[in-house]
Design a protein around this ligand. Sequence first.
Ligand SMILES: *Cc1c(COP(=O)(O)O)cnc(C)c1O
Length: 455
Amino acid sequence: MKRSMWFLDQKDMPVNWYNIQVDLPEPLPPVLHPGTGKPIGPEDLAPLFPMELIKQEVSTERWIEIPEEIQEIYLTWRPTVLHRAYKLEKALDTPARIYYKYEGTSQAGSHKLNTAVAQAYYNKKEGIKRIATETGAGQWGSALAMGCSFFDVECKVYMVRISHDQKPYRRILMETWGAKCVPSPSPDTNAGREMLKKWPDCPGSLGLAISEAVEDAISRDDTHYSLGSVLNHVLLHQTIIGEETIKQMEMADAYPDIIVGCVGGGSNFGGMILPWMRDKISGKKPDLQIISVEPESCPKMTRGKYAYDFGDVAGMTPLLKMHTLGHTFIPPAIHAGGLRYHGMAPIVSHLNRLGLIEARAVHQTGVFDAAFAFARSEGVISAPETSHAIKVAIDEALKCKESGEAKTILLAHSGHGHFDLTSYSKYLSGEITDYSYPEEEVRKAMEEIPDVASE
Ligand SMILES: *Cc1c(COP(=O)(O)O)cnc(C)c1O
């Protein structure tokens, strides 16, 4: 019988995260202080993050040991399984071999728990009793709620009001795991109160929710702030995905020609590809093709600028050098909520700049065609975010059908779509449409990118 799943024994789970910064051909540009324009120091970040995470952000160690307490919790769902998508290959009638690493088996349903657990742990260790964060559709908020509950840390989530009211299931998950979830704008912060005074029915935005969470964290000694993507320490924690996959591909006696992942802030993509990047940088596998996939309606990698910009819409964060559509850009309400972010992880942006990865943008209807093809062959109901990567994996497999090449394609499968069935239902009733690229709005938002010494 053909083998279609590769399990890694629990005792073989990697015990280190991999820090790509040590192996980059050129170092990352520094993070700048928004006021002075000078590189920031650890003390600037101390009110928001525990010192261990600040150190990881700029670490010069190649391997960072995963603390035992975190390993123990990882072992409640890790190692995750590597699958061979035989049924999809057959449905596509392609000679390509498609593998996928499935992160949907975590308790929260996606890769986000890998960093949520680590962040809760380091905060707890530093004596922090409470963490504040923001969430859009609720994937990050629910992962952090779960992570905090493992370590008995209070969790307060500012959830964009429109999602809070219209998409209750992830909010219910957060509350089930013990977090306090309020719609943003909320009456709990100055930023929220001011907005409510001006606009009582304000539907909220991620930018405003970030402002509320940051204000909450700064105004209390027992509270820190937490971010679910973009930052170097978040990508670091996600490298457990790629490190496991390297071992599993070896077990399967396979090596990828192409690796594909979707990008919102870049954390699941980074987590999968950074460990493989060692072989590309060292020259062991120079032609390894690595593709990031984003929505046409939020095309920061394919059409954004590589420039210093704020991480949030309100302009409160330090300046990061990244691919950005401008921090005031608000993308259309596509179904893949987790990909609606204006910027991209500095590490992923830098790799793109160095020509080590490539970027593609895809339309929503094609994404759902791919999600259905995957569900009807492999059975898995994928998150709309993940389905962006599935779309490009299928495109590449179909190219192999044309050319007759039997390439090995590795897909980073970031999570299940069990709470996204409304969008599946819309597809079934023919209501999924493509959002055209809002050229004019993007141009306007690009003008808001701060004028600092960027190339
Ligand atoms: C949040 C999310 C993403 C996008 O975030 P990244 O940081 O780019 O990984 C992708 N897939 C799923 C399932 C998510 O929940």
